[in-house]
Each structure stands twice: as C-alpha cells, then as structure tokens.
Design a protein. Structure first.
Length: 209
C-alpha cells in the first residue's frame, strides 16, 4: 500500500510538536549570576557562645548559710573566751577582708552576683549611700562582736531576735511605716520572749564593764 506523499510531512510536524511539548514540561532551573559569586564567598563567622555558669538553687544556699553563720558565731566565742583574744576590731577586719575576697571569687565563678555588673556606682552615690551604710554596718559588727566578751551565746541570739522589733519601732517613730494592730501584737510577743530570756540571764552585765 503506497503512502500518501502529503501525510509524511504532517507526521513529521506532529512529532516535532510533541518534542516541543516534552521540552516545555521539563522544569528549567534558572541560574542567576549571583549564585556563583555567593558560592565562592566564605561562610560567615559565628561568635562562640559564652559558657553558662553554674546556678546554685536557693534550697542549697539557705542551709549552707545557716551552717556557716552558726560556725562563725561559735568560732568568735571560742576565740574570745578560750584563747583570751580581746581585740574585736581586728577580728571584724579579718572577717570583712575574707568576705570581700569571697564575693569577688563568687562573682567570677558563679552567677550569684551577675547583677553587680549592671549597677553603675558614681562618686556621689558612693559617698551618700554606700559609705554611710558601710560605716554603720562595720560599727554594728564591732559592737556585736564585743558582746561575746561579756554575754553568753544563747542570750546574744535572743537579743538578736529583738532587732526586727527595734527596726519596726524606729520606722513607726519616723513615720516611715504606719502602725497597725497585727504588727503591734507581733512586737509584744517578741518583746515578751526577749524579756523572759533576759530575766533568766543571771550573769547579765548592764554596763559591759
């Protein structure tokens, strides 16, 4: 059977159209000239993250503070009464020096004192706020250490319980805080406890001399 001469170019034309459609269906990846430049650039430098410091929970700090505070009290009493050391000012200076070194070590090794870096201390702030508090706190430590020369440890601790009462009374007198019935009852209870302890302290020396 002879082929029609007109059908041959028609088949070729259809075959060419199919090839064009297949070529259009293939997804073309569009290349930008910037891709080559970006691939040749080095990777951006990343700053190394700072290692996180160890965080100590409050549940572990409070018992340690109680034990260390009791140890210092017994140590002071032993030094004054057993060794016969009668220089409380020198002992307080030694304690504060050790505390200053210890806080610097904690600031550099733990996260307990990270807030210190955010506080800007000017000269005026140091003279008006920090210096008076430091002076009064040092005097309080000297006087409290001097009591070990004349009073027992038990009675000293009972007197320390009266400190919040004294602060509250001073705040009432200076009108910093308004008095109320609940606080008044608490003050009376603490005062009665300290009065009973003072009555049982037979070796009380009022003039400390």
């Amino acid at each position: 059977m002879a082929l029609d001469e007109k059908s041959v170019p028609v088949e070729k034309h259809e075959l060419a159209q199919l090839r064009v459609q297949e070529h259009d269906d293939v997804p073309q990846i569009e290349q930008h000239p910037l891709d080559d430049d970006q691939s040749s650039l080095p990777a951006p430098a990343t700053t190394p993250s700072k290692p996180q410091r160890a965080k100590i929970p409050a549940a572990a700090i409070i018992p340690v503070w109680i034990v260390l505070s009791s140890t210092v009290i017994l140590y002071n009493n032993h030094v004054y009464n057993t060794f016969g050391f009668r220089y409380p000012v020198f002992l307080v200076t030694w304690h504060l020096t050790f505390a200053a070194i210890g806080t610097r070590v904690l600031q550099r090794t733990t996260s307990l004192l990270d807030g210190v870096k955010d506080v800007h201390v000017s000269r005026a702030m140091f003279v008006r706020s920090i210096l008076p508090i430091g002076f009064l706190f040092s005097g309080s430590l000297i006087l409290s250490n001097t009591t070990y020369l004349y009073l027992s440890i038990a009675y000293i601790q009972m007197l320390k319980a009266f400190t919040p009462v004294a602060i509250l009374l001073i705040s009432w007198l200076s009108r910093i805080k308004e008095p109320n019935r609940t606080l008044g009852m608490i003050v009376c209870m603490i005062s009665m406890g300290v009065a009973l302890a003072s009555h049982g302290e037979l070796t009380l020396i009022l003039l400390a001399s």
